[in-house]
Design a protein. Sequence first.
Length: 81
Amino acid sequence: MVLSVCVGSSCHLKGSYDVIEAFKRLIEKHGLGDKVELRACFCLGRCSDGVAVKADNSYILNVNGANAEEKFENEILPLVS
């Protein structure tokens, strides 16, 4: 799975760095280093929806440092095959 976190201007200001750091930690915690490729990317076109994350073809929106773990465990983990 490719997990892309937007680092465009809007998402950067909304905390994309914190999301990337949380996802790095969670990928390691769950032993998913061989199944999940974490990438930073520029605009996903969802600027009004918080920090936007794309997990393969699914969008996870309004992610921030405070809810990154919850979003990862509830929305991303079920997508990892």
